[in-house]
Design a binder for this molecule. Structure first.
Ligand code: AP5
Length: 215
C-alpha cells in the first residue's frame, strides 16, 4: 500500500496514519516527526530545519526530498506519507522516483477541514517527547492529565502550535501545499476527499472503507 495523506496542519493526518498503519501494516512516514527527531539529535539537517519549522515556513525542497526518499526506500511493506509531498516540486520528485522504480501510488487521501476548527485543535494538542504519542486536552485526553499513557513522560506543547505560528502554517499550507491536490488531480492520480471535521472514529471509518474498496 502506497498512500499519501494531504491536509492542513491539525487536520488529523498523524492521528489517522497511526490507525491506518495498525490496520493495514504499512509504515507511517511523517516528515514532521523525522525532522523533529533530527532536531532532537542535533544533526546538521535538524539544526537547519529548526528556523523554518519554528516560524511555520517550509524546509527547502531538496533537503526534504533527500530525507524522504531515503526513508521511503526502506519501506518494503508500503508506506503512508504524512506531511510529504508538501509542494508541487516535492510531488514531482516523488512521481519521478516512483516511475524510475516501476511503482505507483494507490491513492491520495485529502483531509478537508476549515481553518477555524484547526486553531482549536492545535491549541489543545499535546505530545510525548519520548514516544511521539499525540493527545488533545479535550478530544483525546491521556488517562492522567499531562502525562503520556505509554511511558509516563510529561507531555509538551509543540513550539509551532503557538497561535501566531499556526496562522503562518495555515498561510503556508494554502499557498504551497493546496496546489499539490490540484497537481495530483491533473496527472490523474486517485484523489479521495475525506471530511475531517468529524469525530476521530468517524474519520477512520471513512478512510478504512475507501481503502478497503481499493483492495
Ligand atoms: P508536520 O509535523 O508535518 O505538521 P503539520 O502538517 O502541520 O501537521 P500536524 O502534525 O500539525 O497535524 P496533523 O494533521 O498530523 O494532526 P494531528 O493528527 O496531530 O510539519 C511541521 C513542520 O515541519 C512544517 O511546518 C515544516 O516547517 C516542516 N515540514 C514537514 N514536512 C515538510 C515538507 N514536506 N516540506 C517542507 N517542510 C516540511 O491532530 C492535531 C490535533 O487534533 C491532535 O491533538 C489530535 O488529538 C486532534 N485531532 C485529530 N483528529 C481529530 C478529530 N477528528 N476530532 C478532534 N480532534 C482531533
Amino acid at each position: 500500500m502506497k498512500i499519501i495523506l494531504l491536509g492542513p496542519p491539525g487536520a488529523g493526518k498523524g492521528t489517522q496514519c497511526k490507525r491506518v498503519s495498525e490496520r493495514y501494516g504499512a509504515t507511517h512516514l511523517s516528515s514532521g516527526d523525522i525532522l523533529r527527531a533530527e532536531r532532537a539529535a542535533g544533526t546538521k539537517l535538524g539544526r537547519e530545519a529548526q528556523r523554518y519549522m519554528d516560524s511555520g515556513a517550509l524546509v527547502p525542497d531538496q533537503l526534504i526530498i533527500d530525507m524522504m526518499m531515503g526513508a521511503i526506500s526502506k519501506c518494503a511493506k508500503g508506506y503512508l506519507l504524512d506531511g510529504f509531498p508538501r509542494t508541487v516540486v516535492q510531488a514531482e520528485a516523488l512521481d519521478k522516483a516512483l516511475a524510475a522504480a516501476g511503482e505507483k501510488l494507490d491513492a491520495v487521501l485529502n483531509l478537508e477541514i476549515d481553518d477555524n476548527v484547526i486553531v482549536d485543535r492545535m491549541s489543545g494538542r499535546r505530545s510525548c517527547p519520548k514516544c511521539g504519542a499525540v493527545y488533545h486536552v479535550s478530544n483525546q485526553p491521556p488517562k492522567v492529565a499531562g502525562i503520556c499513557d505509554n511511558d509516563g513522560e510529561k507531555l509538551v506543547q509543540r513550539p509551532d502550535d503557538r497561535p501566531e505560528v499556526v496562522q503562518n502554517r495555515l498561510k503556508t499550507y494554502h499557498a504551497q501545499t493546496e496546489p499539490v491536490i490540484g497537481y495530483y488531480r491533473k496527472v490523474g492520480r486517485r484523489v479521495i476527499d475525506i471530511d475531517a471535521d468529524k469525530p476521530m472514529d468517524d474519520v477512520s471509518h471513512a478512510i478504512f472503507s475507501e481503502l478497503d474498496a481499493l483492495k
